[in-house]
Design a protein around this ligand. Sequence first.
Ligand code: AMP
Ligand code: MN
Ligand code: MN
Ligand code: MN
Length: 279
Amino acid sequence: MSLVVDLHSHSLYSDGTLSPKDLVQRAFDKGVNVLALTDHDELAGLGEANEQAEKLGINLINGVEISVSWLNNRTVHIVGLNIDPNNQQLKDGLASIRQERIRRAKKIATRMENCGIPNVWQEIVEEVGFEAITRTHFARYLLSRGHVKDMQQAFKKWLGKKGKAYVSGHWASMEEGVKWIVDAGGQAVIAHPVRYDLTRKKLDCLVAEFKAAGGCGLEVVANRYTRDEVASMASLVRQYELLASVGSDFHSPDNKYVELGQNLDLPANTPAIWHDWAL
Ligand code: AMP
Ligand code: MN
Ligand code: MN
Ligand code: MN
């Protein structure tokens, strides 16, 4: 039997809209056999996700997506798979990143307020609270109040690098992020490597440094990669003797283009990160 594997997804413990329970149920309904919950810098949803996975008989992988800063303060996301959610170093590290998220969120709110939108910070705190607060929350805020027509526009006009309310985050170093994952018994994977706007040369640098730090995987298939991008990431995996991961990066049923477990097949002869997992 072939497995349907999806190793990248979010719940409302970060910027997803489903509870962990509903996320796991949806994965089950879509035929997923192996699902990783990988909330941004947060492990709090894993307990509930595991409970539901056990009920349904699907494999839940304890995961996380860590924000790290690399090379002139670029943000890179590192997914950790099969981490121990009780590992203290990992928990402390993620708590420090969430503090930085709050610092950045206050600045984002101030910028929006300076552009004429009143009470942003107060309303965001009431709606979201302080846990793993992300730019996605601000994008939804702008959308719900009619300041933008869709999420894309929220990032383009306001929250993306060239946006009016862009504030960069200062996260952990890549070495730290990878070490937290490895020390917690997990495998570290570079998330959506084609999304960082890096030249091939810079991407090579990133992968080489990541591997030297103890990382072992690359997301070869993710939502909306082109065929060429998949082939290129698969060749990078072979070149650096890494393992291939796949993940939808599902956030919400509201996004019609991204579904759990769909179109994530690995190209032939690409070593899957789950090949030696006890599934
Ligand atoms: P943050 O980690 O707070 O910087 O927020 C990053 C999150 O914003 C990503 O994980 C995505 O979920 C979301 N995001 C980034 N760019 C876009 C975009 N162009 N459209 C929709 N969501 C985006
Ligand atoms: Mn996200
Ligand atoms: Mn990401
Ligand atoms: Mn993600």
